[in-house]
Structures are given as C-alpha cells and as structure tokens.
Design a protein around this ligand. Sequence first.
Ligand SMILES: [Zn+2]
Length: 208
Amino acid sequence: MSHQKLMLAQNVAWASETRMRDPDFFKRIAEGQQPDTLWISCADSRVPAEKITHSSSGELFVHRNIANLIAAEDINAIGVIEYAVKVLKVSHIIVCGHYQCGGVMASMRPPNPDIPAVNQHIAQLRRLALRHQDELAALPTVELRADRLAELNVLDQIDTLSQLPIVLQAQHSISLHGWIFGLNDGLLRVLYPGKPAETEPVKGYMQT
Ligand SMILES: [Zn+2]
C-alpha cells in the first residue's frame, strides 16, 4: 500500500475513533475555531505542532516555513499573523525552532544554486550569523554552532514580532513565547518566556 493510500485509510480510522471517543467532536469543530495561540515553527516533518504538544483540533493556529522565519515582506507569514491577531484575537504567539534544523544549517554553507527561493528565504539567517559571528566561532563544532544559531533565530523572530505594527497596535494583550524543540529527547525548551509584546526588546534567553 502506498503511503498516500495508508494515510487515507488512517484518516477513516481516526475519524471513527474520534467520533466514538467524543460524539460531538466534529459538530463542535465545524461550528468555528477559537484558538488562543498562534504557533510558528519550522516546516520540518519531525516537528508536528499538535503532536509534540498533545494539542487538539482547534487549539493552535499554525504557520510553518523553513526555519520558522518571519519577514515583513513575507505576505504569507504576515497574513497569518494578521488574521490570528485581528480576527482570531489570539493571546499568545509561540515561535518554536528546533535543533538540527536543515534551514539553519543551510544558511551556514554557501548558497545552493538549485534552491534560489530557499536561499532568499534564509538570507536573514546569514545576516543573523554574521551579527553573532564571534559567539558562534567560539563553539567547537559546526553542529553546536548551528544549534546556537537556531536559538538565536528564535529570539530574533520574537524581536521581529515584537516590532510588527500588527502586534504593537493590537487591541488586546499578546504574549510572545520563544521555544526550541530537541529532536534527541522530544522536549521543548523555553528560550523566551511569555511576555506581553510591549515589553523591552529581546536580549537573552532562559534555559529550563
Ligand atoms: Zn528546521
């Protein structure tokens, strides 16, 4: 059986199991969504938002792209943030990076001419690495440098979010959270604790 056929069969099983466990589930979710959290993470197949946080349908409004990046000119990411803040009125935005991120690692190598759109997308990571070149160069391996850059990237995206007019001019309080996911242990670490967007610019990170 192809993976796609298996996926469709598993969907039928999931719908049936869900209905048995919670007969009103689909009636409830069909009525609309009221998530209180916007989740922004990497498109990496190993970082599924709902699965790693045991969240249910309707709980997370999700945007994923390579290396969980936000840029003012990225109409896709900005559109998601705009809808989440202005229409869904989410109270929390979580930026979740992950260690061993392919997008981050690609930004530490010369651009690959076969993937020009990706090169353009991750250009901001190259600039970020340059800004932190002394700290990164002091780390002994390329893997550690990439993981630290992944952490710095989460903080940089929180900084970007905290300066977005959509967030700054929101009519309700929004807390920003910076997390990072470990592929080796399946655990999330807090790099930036939830704080209202109007607080001081991001400076450091907190390990838990
Ligand atoms: Zn990634």
